[in-house]
Each structure stands twice: as structure tokens, then as C-alpha cells.
Design a protein around this ligand. Structure first.
Ligand SMILES: [Zn+2]
Length: 222
């Protein structure tokens, strides 16, 4: 469903301001097509892009300026990477926002992305298996050590035995995703890996032969 933002403003490209779809064809071909295999301290996953200026602008509009409809574009870029995991998930699990961010934004960015990813996945839904147990600080102002401490024991999970791919908008040190993974595994689930739109510290191995295009995005896990 279009957001109020979409309804009130004539559509122009986020990047080049041309009157067009919100991301025009020319700019669309350059954004979020830099897939990478990402490792963070025992956790493995994929990101659709490095943290380019375009990725930063896109995520800022999506998260901080309330343009939640951009979640569909992010998900389109991430979706081909779902087939890169060794086994299919039974569900996608968005990383939960903390209460203050949720109140300020009115939505959880990771949940919007997970919902968009599931739109065309047969039989796979997203589930909010995780919740925050306390308020965490803004990670962007913390050192790697402080980030890990900030996230420690900050989540709880519903008990179950799902095979989970964790969904978030970005990965930096991985401390949030590691906490999410540990919390899910302590509650009986198996975490296959994570999928994010961007990797903000480029340590990932760039994927050159597969999943470069949304058109390659099959979901068969054959
Ligand atoms: Zn453009």
C-alpha cells in the first residue's frame, strides 16, 4: 500500500531527481547490486550491497525519513540472495527495533523488508519470534566492544524449532545479529544465517557469478 508520502508528492527519483518512479531505471541499475558473502565471528550471511553513498541515502530515506515504501526495492535486491543459503528456511525473522526507535519511526525497518521478501515466497512467512527486553543505545556512536555489550541479553525469543534466516537492513560489527542468533538458538531454533541490504564495514567476499540480478532470484533451493 502506498504511504502518505507517496500520495502527497509527485514522484521523482530519489537519486537524480528526475520525474519518474521513486528510483528511476538508470539509477536502479546501479544500486544494491553488489552482493557479498559476509562473515562476522561465526555468523554467516549475505548482503546485497556495500555501504555506498546511494545505499546510505536509500536507507536514510527508508528508515529516518519514513519512506517505508522503499522497503520493496530493498527486498527486491536482497531476494536473489535467499537461494545462496545451503538449505531453505521455514521462516524469516526480522531483527526487532528497540522501543524508542519503533516509537519514533512508527515501523520496524527489518520487519518491512521481511514482509516484502515473503510476498512471493511460497510457503515461507516472516515471524516476529524476537522481542527486545530492554532499551539499547544508538549503536552508531559506540565502539565495537561497546556495541556487543549494548546488545548483550537485550532480546527474548518465542520457543520453537524453526529454521531461520535473520533479516536486517544493515550489518556493521554483527553484534545485533549475533545477539539475535544466540537468543533464537537458546530457544530451540536453528539459525541458517542472515540477510541484510548493506554491509557497512566492507569485509565481505564479493559474489561475482551468482545472484547479481533480481531476475536471477529463484527460490527453489534445488
Ligand atoms: Zn534516477
Amino acid at each position: 500500500m502506498a504511504s502518505l508520502f507517496d500520495l502527497l508528492l509527485p514522484s521523482c527519483c530519489l537519486f537524480c531527481s528526475k520525474l519518474s518512479a521513486r528510483i528511476c531505471n538508470d539509477c536502479s541499475g546501479e544500486c544494491g547490486l553488489d552482493p557479498r558473502l559476509v562473515f562476522r565471528d561465526g555468523l554467516v550471511g549475505f548482503s546485497a550491497s556495500s555501504y555506498t553513498d546511494q545505499a546510505k541515502q536509500l536507507l536514510r530515506s527508508f528508515k529516518e525519513l519514513g519512506e517505508s515504501s522503499l522497503g520493496a526495492f530493498l527486498a527486491e535486491r536482497m531476494k536473489p540472495l535467499l537461494t545462496c543459503f545451503d538449505e531453505p528456511p521455514t521462516c524469516l525473522v526480522p531483527v526487532p527495533s528497540n522501543a524508542l526507535s519503533l516509537r519514533e519511526r512508527g515501523f520496524n525497518p527489518a520487519e518491512i523488508i521481511a514482509r516484502e521478501l515473503c510476498r512471493s515466497l511460497n510457503g515461507i512467512s516472516y515471524q516476529n519470534l524476537l522481542a527486545r527486553t530492554r532499551q539499547t543505545k544508538d549503536q552508531s556512536r559506540l565502539s565495537p566492544g561497546q556495541r556487543a555489550e549494548n546488545q548483550l541479553n537485550s532480546m527474548m525469543a518465542k520457543v520453537g524449532c524453526e529454521r531461520v534466516i535473520l533479516i536486517d537492513d544493515v550489518i556493521t560489527t554483527g553484534s545485533t545479529l549475533k545477539t539475535a542468533s544466540k537468543t533464537l538458538e537458546n530457544s530451540g531454533h536453528k539459525v541458517i544465517g542472515f540477510l541484510t541490504f548493506a554491509e557497512t564495514e566492507s569485509k565481505g567476499c564479493i559474489l561475482t557469478t551468482q545472484a547479481k540480478s533480481p531476475d536471477d532470484g529463484g527460490t527453489s533451493w534445488n
